[in-house]
Design a protein around this ligand. Structure first.
Ligand SMILES: C[S@@+](CC[C@H](N)C(=O)[O-])C[C@H]1O[C@@H](n2cnc3c(N)ncnc32)[C@H](O)[C@@H]1O
Length: 341
């Protein structure tokens, strides 16, 4: 066998090692988020000893965790054994307006799922029911603490990506916008704040009600926004001129995605409405795109999938819908405008 240029082989080997060992930094940042270390550094650097006391952890082990995370830019070791926050680490602070703390904690909820995820590759189905005993949304319905982390995580992700969407797409054409699977209403709140003539409804499962009502009240939108509990796989309320599904269709395999889209199509009948899908669209070819790994998470966690443009066209056609246009945004998400076929 011809090995070719040794230097290239060595670089490739190092690349493979970095990919294969990706779990370690991911788990390290989850541990820091779970411990709330960044929140303890709000007033300035602290020693590993002080941090270990506050988090009830082993001082030596916590030092090693902090040193490793300093090496990827989350903390900085200002003098031996004393750590402060970097601008990246600031995003782990719970009180930061662009905080991703709960998003990181939420990722950590699935370590057992990823460990057992050969199940998904063998069967094409979610691994969550194998590990949690039931599909994720049923699990959340029965575990309020996990539901709270889930809602907070989705809200934080929406606050970080929401501005790019509102900048790129004119949501202002809507008068009544219904956000199906709208979670805690963070994204709808961003849209309504940018367009003061609009009213909105967050439609989600009843377990999301408390988080959504709190979020709506906190953003001062109580007079223009409300929460409606329901199951979009059974029914979608009629009456909106625009429906939105943000990060929702990708949670579902084709059969259930189709049920949801057909319910949307029926609800759209009454008012000539349009539907906005906010999703990643998998590009063709080998180039790196976040959708390709999010797709694996969708499979393992929900049994869902990311889709190519062609796959969206086909799926929507089966629900008597068609894509009018796809708007790119400064985030990697797209706004897919959908009309009756
Ligand atoms: C991945 S989250 C997306 C949340 C939000 N749209 C966002 O982008 O932050 C999917 C949402 O769909 C909701 N959901 C799941 N099954 C549902 C159902 N059968 N009916 C209504 N909502 C549902 C979940 O509760 C969750 O809030």
């Amino acid at each position: 066998m011809q090995i070719g240029n040794q230097e290239i082989v060595r670089e490739e080997a190092l690349r493979l090692l970095r990919i294969a060992e990706g779990f370690s930094p991911a788990r390290a940042v989850q541990l820091a988020a779970e411990l709330g270390v960044a929140d303890l550094l709000v007033d300035g650097p602290r020693t590993a000893e002080q941090l270990a006391t506050a988090t009830e952890t082993h001082e030596g082990a916590l030092y090693r965790l902090m040193r490793a995370l300093a090496a990827v830019g989350l903390f900085t070791e200002v003098e031996h054994g004393r750590f402060g926050l970097t601008s990246l680490g600031e995003l782990l602070r719970e009180d930061h307006p662009q905080s991703l703390k709960f998003w990181v904690v939420f990722q950590g909820m699935f370590n057992g799922v990823y460990a057992d995820s050969m199940h998904s590759i063998r069967t094409g189905e979610a691994t969550v029911p194998e590990v949690f005993g039931r599909p994720l949304f049923d699990h959340l319905d029965e575990h309020p603490q996990h539901a709270a982390v889930f809602q907070a995580a989705m809200g934080q992700h929406s606050r970080v990506t929401g501005a790019a969407l509102v900048d790129a797409y004119d949501f202002g054409a809507a008068r009544l916008l219904v956000d199906l699977g709208g979670g805690d209403g963070s994204f709808l709140g961003t849209v309504l704040s940018a367009h003061t003539h609009m009213t909105g409804i967050v439609f989600d499962q009843p377990y999301a009600a408390d988080a959504a009502r709190k979020q709506i009240a906190a953003s001062g939108l109580g007079d223009r926004c409300s929460f409606l509990g329901g199951d979009f796989l059974r029914d979608v309320p009629p009456g909106a001129d625009v429906y939105m599904l943000k990060g929702v269709v990708h949670n579902w395999p084709d059969d259930q995605a189709l049920m949801l889209l057909r319910n949307c199509r029926r609800a759209m009948e009454a008012r000539d409405s349009r539907l906005l899908l906010i999703e990643w669209v998998v590009p063709p070819g080998d180039a790196f795109h976040p959708s390709k790994f999010i797709d694996l998470s969708m499979l393992m966690v929900y049994g869902g999938r990311e889709r190519t443009e062609e796959e969206y066209v086909e799926l929507l056609a089966r629900a008597d819908l068609r894509i009018d246009r796809i708007a790119g945004t400064a985030s990697t998400l797209n706004v897919i405008e959908v009309l009756p076929a």
